[in-house]
Every structure is written in C-alpha cells, then in structure tokens.
Design a protein around this ligand. Sequence first.
Ligand code: PEP
Length: 255
Amino acid sequence: MDKSKRSAVIAGNWKMNKTPSEAKALLNELAPMVKDADCEVIACVPFVDLTAALEATEGTNIKIGAENCHWEESGAFTGEISPKMLAEMGVPYVVLGHSERRQYFGETDETVNKRTKAALKAGLKPIVCVGELLWERECDITEEVIARQIKLDLFDVSAEDVKKTIIAYEPVWAIGTGKTATADQAQEVCGFIRATLAKLYGQDVADAVTIQYGGSMNADNCEELLAKPDVDGGLIGGASLVAAKFQPIVAAASK
Ligand code: PEP
C-alpha cells in the first residue's frame, strides 16, 4: 500500500484536561520538540483552551482542533458550540463521535453524521471516531459494527469531502485502559475501513483518506502500529498530555 497518497497525522485528544494557562505551557514546550516533524501534528483541546492554543501555536507546525461541535449554525442549543464559531476562530480540525461522547453523552451515528456534514460545510476537517466495544469483538462482529458506523457516520458525505475527513479507528476497549490493539489487529480493522470506503467511494478516494489508530498508543508501541500499511497516524489521549510522551509518537510517524 502506497502511504504517500495520504498525510500521516498525529493528533492529541486532550479530553477534559488542561486549563488555558496549562494548555499554553504544554504547547510552548511541545512546539520546539516537533518543529521538524514530517507529519501533521494536531492538538485537539477543550473549547475554553482554543484561544490560548491558537495563540501559542501561531507560526508553528502544530494545528489546533476542537473536541466536538453541534450541527446547527446557531440557535437554542444551550451549552453547544457551532462549526461556524470554530471556523471563524480559525480552528481547522474537530473530533467527532469519540466513544466517550457516544458512551456518556448519548451520541449516535445519526448525530455524528449530522455533525460531520455540518463541520465539512463550515470548512472544518473532521476526525470521525469509530470502534467496537469489547463485547462486540468477543462476539466476532467487529467488521459489522465498523461497516455500520462508517456507512452511517458518512451518509451523504461526498467523495471530495471524505478526502478531507480523517477516520480514527479506536477500539473502545483500548481507550485509556492501557490495552493496545496489537499492530495486526489495528491493521486488520484499518484495512477493513479502507476496503469499506473503497466500496462506497472507489479505491482512489479510499487510498487518499487518512486512517488513524487510537487506543493507548504510546512511545513504546507506536512504531509497530504506525509501520502498518493502513495505519496512517494516531489519535492519542493520555500520552498527548505530556510533551515528552507525545514527541516520540510524532517522531515515529515522521520516519
Ligand atoms: C482517545 O481518547 O482518543 C484515546 C485514544 O485515549 P488513550 O490514548 O488515552 O487510550
């Protein structure tokens, strides 16, 4: 598989961590460490950190993302943030459908689909998360679950827009648990995601889509995971909160 057709992308997902001043300090520390990266480097941060994060990364190669957005441009949706708001701030990326949003906040494939289309319409690049529960893997339905999520989450998304979308394969049982999928397991599902995209959009489009692995990726396991032909990067939770733990993953993706 020719990986040169797509970008390698290492993205941190900070979740509900770091105040604005802590965000600034972490990004100031990280920026010189990743300045020569030969991959895209993204930090997805809490909404209240976005201004500080954009300021701290100005003139660096670190891009900023949000961790969610609503599907409407504006309206009576107390507590929500619209894609238009993010776009006007100059935020280029947004994580959508993370398993924690699905698990704790009632996110469904239907709402992930609405958010994805709205984000793309506003000019944002979505990082759409999919992944099976442990129970689903044990029942041997991982591929059914992933195919369903890909089809529903990307319903009505054009081929041009899919090329702007990053898919993050995050087995739910591997997120924040210290249990990583083996490199072969990650490759198997990332390859399946690409095959599913090829059926929906054709091989050329599928080959252009960046597919990340996420789930306890760290300095020790990243090289093996990132060496796999369909693993184009990583979505990193815990290890993105410490510059010295995130930098080796960026370095491995730059090889
Ligand atoms: C995540 O939150 O997307 C994630 C992969 O977390 P962790 O790296 O901590 O497992």
